[in-house]
Design a protein around this ligand. Sequence first.
Ligand SMILES: [Zn+2]
Length: 678
Amino acid sequence: MRELSARQVRIDDSFWSPRLEVNATRAIFHQWEQLEATRCIDNFRIVVGASDGFREGWYFADSDAYKWLDAASRILALHPDPKLVSLTDSLISLLTRAQTDDGYIFTYNQIHFPNQRWVNLQIEHELYCHGHLIEAGVSHYEATGRRDLLDICIKAADLLVRDFLNASNDKTCGHEEIELALIRLYHVTQKMEYLELARRFIERRGRVPLYGVRWWLERNDFLKRKAYVDQLRQNYLAQHPEYKSFRLPGGNYAKEPPFRQLRYRLNALSGFYAQQHAPIRKQTAPVGHSVRFGYLETAAAMLCREDQNLSPQSAQRGKTPEPNNPPTLVSSPALAPGASVVPFVFKKDSYESLLSAMEQVWERIVTRRMYVTGGLGSAPHIEGFGGDYDLDPEYAYNETCASLASLFWNWEMALLTNDARYSDLFEWQLYNAANVGMGQDGNTYLYNNPLTVHHGVTRQGWYVVPCCPSNLSRTFADLGKYIYSYDEDNIWIHQYASSEATINGVKIKIESGLPWNGKVKIHIKPEAQKEFPIHVRKPSWNMASPKASTASGYDPRTAEFESISRMWSADDEILEYNFDMSIRLRHAHPKVQGHAGKVTVTRGPIVYCLESVDNPDVDIFTAQLDSASLGDEFVSDLLGGCVVIHGKTTDGKSLKFIPYFLWANRGASQMTVWVNSK
Ligand SMILES: [Zn+2]
């Protein structure tokens, strides 16, 4: 399958268009203001001598600037707002000056340790930051056709090729991201060494003997460096009493597990935390930090797609090679002496073994390690996966970025396998696990997303680790690309957002009532009469699924593509669907502790919750739902317009459920997704 770019798809959807508008006109500017207010951008100004303050933020804070630039670029592809152009241009100009002559850019080292680089790779995220820089450059080039930011990225990537292509297996980043970024850079440059370096980074993981010892040594060195920086800060503050420090909200925990630090360290020492416990083909269970996991799997799936495209065996697999993307760019500096690049093709069975590992790990997630919202990560101490059926709703970390990483991966898996299950999970996670991350105003966010909140979780304008806001913004800006796919003969419909695109000379228009009503019309209008198959995803939520087939009660494996192959006339033919939007109660698997006698209320692709602000007369945690009492109603003046579900408790009190993704938009409150039901 091939994908379209977001620019090739025009979205005009009553649900999504207002959200995309908020994203493009408010959220992206709010995020810039926060980056300035928290002096993230000033860090680059300090490097170039344009500011004399003290460097602020985590050692990986540069990534927040790059991810914002990535989001802004994707927004500019659709909304060329002059104010946004001006902001991105000013940041690009700053980056041009901040980059060293040989391509390095990492403000933490440039300011505090000018003679050190590539130290403590498992902990300090230098390669992760370079990865987000590269993604921003590719997005900016795709959006504008301009080379300025892309050239910075090529310079950085060439440095990485020189320093890492022929390096040892311990030379990987503790936080994956550089791998998928290099593959994206390969797409626009066609430079094989970027693809090869990505492959080597992926293949190196899990191959370092005594990884825990290495991590421990790096941790000690990291702490020494941090203590040095802390001392520098104290000295600076003593010399500059006028300098204003500030504090940002940290983790937004509902509840923290005991022995948090110890459990984190054990997870990291074992290699699980950063997916360093086993080579990629032996990773058949999801472990560790769930954002890192998602980026690794995304890169592995992208690698498999490249193998499909480049391998002579691809024809035997029945796949269609993908044509080269934008024109090949001019070459960049030659490799260092001794560096060599071999043409990228997997060995005989390594495509199959990598795909098989990913399919197994995906199955393990949806059957045992995913919340009913599609959220990933039940272990807050590692911001990642707990054990099988370990799905405490209040511990639920479910970082917004983890859902986004899962979207990226599932899209790649959909393109790789032509299987509807991946697009089904994409839809579920998009509406519920990802969408909840941004408030209605575009200016407030949730970092972690528990399913039960007694107190302590509210939306914030910014966080001490503000990774999620711009990650959401870049994903929303790209929404159009996830709706359709195609190859030479076929067209697939993955998502039901009202939109239009022209594919293989066929104009396709979707009119969708989702997520509030199930009426969908698909207009198909070839330029001239033409025979071809179109494949339409029949959602899993439209079909009855076996009770307790998964831990969460949601099972994307029952989704399928309905294939309609016939002669299409040029007269605007229409396929009509009316998906079942009846209210469904989902039950957790009996092995999930604490969920006996509880249900989650869902309708179509939307997961519902009880929020205390709507239910002042009941205790939402002890109320007993009378499941026969449920009914739905579209309320146009609530939270931008949404379907609410009304019900009664067994003792006759009213209950009002709202979509989970809309909770926490009306001040601090309590919330629960699982409710008692006899
Ligand atoms: Zn995040």
